[in-house]
Design a binder for this molecule. Structure first.
Ligand code: HAM
Length: 426
């Protein structure tokens, strides 16, 4: 038997249902905020991520699926979607219209990470980008949108962590301070950190090696180096979040793992102990130079990416799944001679817009009821010789267990009424 590739998984059943509900909620809420869908390629030139996502990030340095195609081009399976959306904005000159551009997207991303709970090598994201204008309102709006979507899904205990990475001026000053702090210890630090020291000392703060983490605890704080403008901007965003009653905590250690961020950054975590172990449900922030770095005009942006597997897991663990994946009707033919009519009845119900199915051949009544149950059927319709002759069908309500006889010509009306009642009670 051929196994799936390490770190990939098949998504079906409850996980699929949960991911679909999560994605639909995010899509629906994003449309309320004026976002439109964009679909970008899974494969991009490696250069896009080297330059855009950032050569000092672990994602680019260590985790990319990069290969040469038959034409000798270096291609990469996208490790994230922001750089691709930024490239699409440039390729198609989308920025020549009204700004900001607001795009949401979904799709898989690939990172060669060590697989563990909530961490895959191929995972699925929902994300969005608001590109071309730079205001505290737009930064805050993405957090308002994300918390609204999670709230709509039923999540209650969320931890919204925010931080500011400051503007260029703040970061340059901070970089120098970090270099001065780490330089005397460099010899004892891990090989990755030696590299990080050269490329981007901020990344050292993200190191997972214990001794380096200890050292990082005593490092200067970015907040001490925020320029007046950067500080003002951060507090402007926070005051909008306050006005919208978004409960957040400032986490000065939140630096995000990708290089393009500047200014406001955030992550949302589930706060239940089980959920917290999954890592961030979503993360994002503001970026100033991404589009310029990949060869475009200077256009700022803000957005987030949400991990669908992680949110779906937390959603299932919290018992929030609504699931409407079950059938509306399961039609049971009594005996082979009723099969043809049962097949016709199923087609009729489907054309009314209700989900319906029947067994692949006539089976015993008890077996048919078991199938109906497994298929999550709301009603079971029994069709035997007597019913056929009378133009009727027996309908068993799987919730109340009551059964009644209905004329087939009245079936549409019957189902409409019953489904309406269900909706009213939902
Ligand atoms: P990110 O934080 O690297 O940001 O990823 C976004 C989300 O994807 C994470 O919060 C997490 O839920 C999920 N995720 C990341 N890696 C994995 C993995 N290996 N397995 C499962 N889920 C994972 C970005 O990718 C940015 N593009 C977000 C963004 C959009 N920033 C601005 N605009």
């Amino acid at each position: 038997m051929i196994s799936p590739v390490k770190g990939t998984h098949d998504i079906y059943g409850l996980e699929e249902e949960a991911m679909k509900e999560v994605e639909e909620a995010f899509e629906g809420i994003a449309s309320l905020f004026g976002y439109r869908r964009i679909i970008v390629p899974t494969l991009e030139s490696t250069e896009l991520f080297d330059r855009g996502t950032g050569e000092s990030s672990d994602v680019v340095r260590k985790e990319m699926y990069t290969f040469e195609d038959k034409g000798g081009r270096s291609l990469t399976l996208r490790p994230e979607l922001t750089a691709g959306v930024a490239r699409a904005v440039l390729t198609n000159k989308l920025y020549t219209g009204d700004l900001p551009l607001k795009y949401y997207y979904d799709g898989s991303a690939f990172r060669y990470e060590r697989p563990q709970a909530g961490r895959y090598r191929e995972f699925h994201t929902f994300g969005l980008e608001c590109i071309g204008e730079d205001t505290a309102y737009l930064d805050a709006e993405t957090v308002i949108l994300a918390t609204m979507a999670l709230g709509y899904l039923g999540f209650k205990d969320l931890r919204v962590k925010v931080n500011s990475l400051g503007d260029k001026e703040s970061r340059l000053a901070y970089r120098e301070a970090l270099k001065n702090y780490f330089a005397p210890h460099l010899e004892n630090m891990c090989e990755d950190c030696k590299e990080r020291f050269k490329l981007n000392p901020l990344r050292i703060l993200d190191c997972k090696v214990e001794a380096d983490q200890e050292l990082a605890k005593g490092a200067p704080r970015l907040s001490q180096f925020l320029s007046k403008d950067a500080e003002r901007r951060f507090y402007d965003v926070l005051s909008i979040l306050n006005a919208y009653e978004i409960d957040y905590e400032i986490d000065e250690g939140l630096v995000r793992g990708l290089d393009y961020y500047s200014g406001f950054v955030y992550e949302i975590h589930a706060s239940s102990p089980k959920g917290a172990a999954l890592g961030a449900l979503l993360g994002g922030g503001h970026y100033d130079s991404l589009l310029e770095t990949i060869g475009g005009p200077s256009l700022p942006g803000v957005g987030f990416g949400a991990g669908l597997e992680r949110i779906a897991k937390a959603y299932l663990d919290s018992g929030l799944l609504h699931s409407n994946a079950g059938l509306d009707c399961y039609v049971v033919p009594l005996g082979e001679e009723s099969y043809e009519d049962a097949f016709g009845l199923v087609s009729q119900i489907r054309s009314l817009g209700y989900k319906a199915d029947l067994p692949p051949r006539a089976v015993k009544l008890t077996a048919a009821f078991k199938r109906a149950e497994r298929a999550g059927a709301r009603f079971v319709l029994i069709l035997g010789e007597n019913e056929r002759e009378a133009g009727k069908v027996q309908i068993k309500d799987q919730r109340t267990k009551s059964q009644e006889e209905v004329l087939i010509e009245d079936l549409a009306e019957y189902l409409d009424e019953r489904m309406m009642e269900d909706e009213d009670h939902a």
